[in-house]
Design a binder for this molecule. Structure first.
Ligand SMILES: [Zn+2]
Ligand SMILES: [Zn+2]
Length: 317
């Protein structure tokens, strides 16, 4: 038996529970600790049984609750060394910047948030917002946390392309093209079932296409509708970033992958990381279903949509 429970998916926070019958891991912790615990309870996932947290990359929508949750549960964090270093710099900027630079950085972040809010673009405002104090209820501030916000109970490094095991879960991380230090996706397998997480990628390079073979449950990015993004509220520089080869997959790119390179073996395709400003769930669904309809052998694939605001019902195989 394997299970995937998407707790949240989108640019305001990402987190997914993957379990076998003996092992349970959390992929990314992109909401506050309190919200992650609330969603796990809603979805019937017991946080006390989590064995580890795995991180795809250091963007805030994937790590917002990481340190607090890992400390609260006392479980190890699996991460690549470059991502760990980038995250450490992010949460302890004062140790690596001069005071003047730090003030500059804070000012720039403030301005970016104010500009985004002024444009009514709450998605960008949320992405630019630093880890909030919402976690105060989750963890009292101990001296060790105060002096070192990047403190984690245990850190295990992995390398993309090299498989490793946690309990009876076999995990293969693969490199994805995205503007982070060392971003990756994962393939999980146990008891002959394979599940994959592939979001936050600018395009589908050959190594990702190869990694996504023989997958039973595939969480795949379908971030934006090209027209909505082009005509939408984002500043041009942000549009360029999203559209770039290290940005996010459009509905069109996802559909193209499904109709040309996908082997059709999945029971479920979960479309994720949908933009709230530049996509509509029905557009993402129609694009993917259209791609599958063109291939009669793929008609057995069910398309589901992962949401930002609510956990998806657990998918069990
Ligand atoms: Zn993301
Ligand atoms: Zn990202």
């Amino acid at each position: 038996m394997m299970r995937m429970t998407v707790l949240a998916s989108g640019s305001k926070g990402n987190s997914t529970v993957i379990s076998s019958s003996r092992t349970r891991v959390l992929v990314d912790a992109g909401l506050s600790c309190r919200e992650l615990l609330r969603r796990m309870a809603l979805a019937g996932e017991d946080p006390a049984t989590l064995d580890a947290i795995l991180i795809t990359h250091e963007h805030i929508d994937h790590v917002a609750g990481l340190a607090v949750l890992a400390r609260r549960l006392g479980i190890p964090v699996y991460i690549t060394e470059p991502t760990h270093r980038a995250w450490g710099r992010m949460v302890t900027p004062r140790t690596t910047m001069t005071y003047a630079k730090w003030l500059d950085h804070v000012q720039q972040e403030k301005e970016a948030r104010a500009a985004a809010v002024a444009q009514g673009n709450l998605e960008i405002a949320a992405e630019a917002a630093p880890d909030s104090n919402a976690d105060n209820l989750c963890e009292p501030e101990t001296p060790i946390v105060k002096s070192n916000p990047s403190h984690l109970p245990a850190v295990e490094y992995f390398h993309s392309g090299t498989s490793f095991c946690i309990g009876d879960l076999d995990i293969t991380p693969f490199t994805i093209p995205h503007d982070a230090a060392d971003p990756c996706g994962f393939v999980f397998s146990a008891e002959g079932i394979r599940m994959a997480v592939a979001t936050d990628l600018g395009y589908m390079p050959p190594n990702v296409k190869a990694a996504l073979k023989r997958i039973d449950v595939l969480l795949l990015e379908s971030n934006h509708d090209l027209e909505m993004l082009r005509d939408g509220p984002y500043p041009w520089s942000v549009k360029q970033r999203v559209l770039s080869r290290v940005g996010h997959l459009s509905n069109h790119a996802t559909a193209e992958f499904l109709s040309t390179d996908y082997d059709g073996g999945a029971a479920y395709i979960v479309l994720g990381h949908l933009s709230e400003s530049n996509n509509a769930p029905e557009l993402a669904r129609i694009a993917a279903e259209q791609a599958l309809v063109n291939h009669p052998t793929l008609l057995g694939n069910r398309v589901l949509l992962a949401m930002q605001s609510n956990p998806l019902d657990p998918i069990m195989l």
